[in-house]
Design a protein around this ligand. Structure first.
Ligand code: FPP
Length: 247
């Protein structure tokens, strides 16, 4: 099931018992580029290639949900040319994805406030979501102009509006019903959150949904992350015991 060029050191993964949902913070593109004397945008281009490789692999091994952090609500603070290069990569990726969607049968969703994106990219996101609605395979969620606290505030606002309009009752609110107001409505919580590049923080990525997730950190920079690294993370995850507050 695993697709490696070299057969040695393949981490032992039980592909029959994969986590349902893996979430990844694609970090380290800038440092990867700097180490090679390249502009940061070359790091993002390499990161986009890694995303393609990992998303394809996740589909091939039968993972149900993959969520990636592509652009945060805070990333607008970066230089305009870097922001533009990330948006261009996303656009390029979506044009390609739409072209191959019939073959790949991947379902794609976007978590985040798409209204701030340029009109072309926003339309591509909506078109991709619409076309891929009919596919039931691996679901890939791309967090784009996403912030976890922002998501919770928006959900609270939408719930309050429903209460004011008589469509919801504050006394009946539960964790489950509140989750329906989040971008991730209907998607199970991530079982495993992976952050490459040596950083060990959540950076506003799925804070509500990750309450019971297992975390896996590695020093590998995102452009160098490959199928073997993912299997390493899956193998570590499979050795952990999840108790959800029980014993
Ligand atoms: C974090 O690394 C990475 C980003 C903010 C951008 C991620 C974007 C992509 C991988 C490309 C587009 C994505 C898709 C889905 C096609 P960093 O720049 O903060 O790295 P650093 O910490 O080393 O500076």
């Amino acid at each position: 099931m695993a697709f490696f060029k070299k057969r040695e050191n393949i981490p032992e993964v039980d592909f029959q018992h994969l986590p349902h949902h893996v979430a990844i913070i694609m970090d380290g593109n800038g440092r990867w580029a700097k180490a090679r004397g390249l502009p940061r945008k070359a790091g993002h281009a390499a990161g986009a290639e890694t995303f393609r490789t990992i998303a394809t692999y996740c589909r091939d091994i039968g993972l149900e949900y993959l969520t990636v952090y592509a652009f945060s609500t805070e990333n607008w603070k970066r230089p305009a040319d870097e922001v533009a290069s990330i948006m261009d990569l996303l656009e390029k990726y979506l044009v390609e994805a739409i072209g191959k969607i019939e073959r790949d049968r991947v379902k794609m969703k976007f978590f985040g406030d798409l209204s701030q994106l340029n009109e072309r990219l926003r339309r591509l996101c909506l078109e991709t979501e619409e076309i891929s609605k009919r596919y039931e395979g691996c679901q890939v969620n791309i967090c784009l102009n996403y912030g976890g606290r922002d998501e919770i505030v928006r959900a609270a606002r939408a719930f309050a509006a429903d209460c004011a309009a008589g469509r919801a009752d504050p006394a009946a609110l539960s964790e489950e019903s509140f989750s329906d107001y989040l971008y991730s409505a209907g998607v199970p919580d991530p079982d495993l959150v992976i952050r490459p590049s040596g950083e060990q923080r959540l950076s506003n990525f799925l804070p509500w949904q990750s309450a019971y997730a297992e975390f896996y950190f590695t020093d590998v920079l995102w452009p160098d992350f490959d199928q073997r690294e993912l299997c390493r993370a899956l193998a570590v995850y499979q050795r952990r015991s999840r108790r959800y507050g029980g014993v």
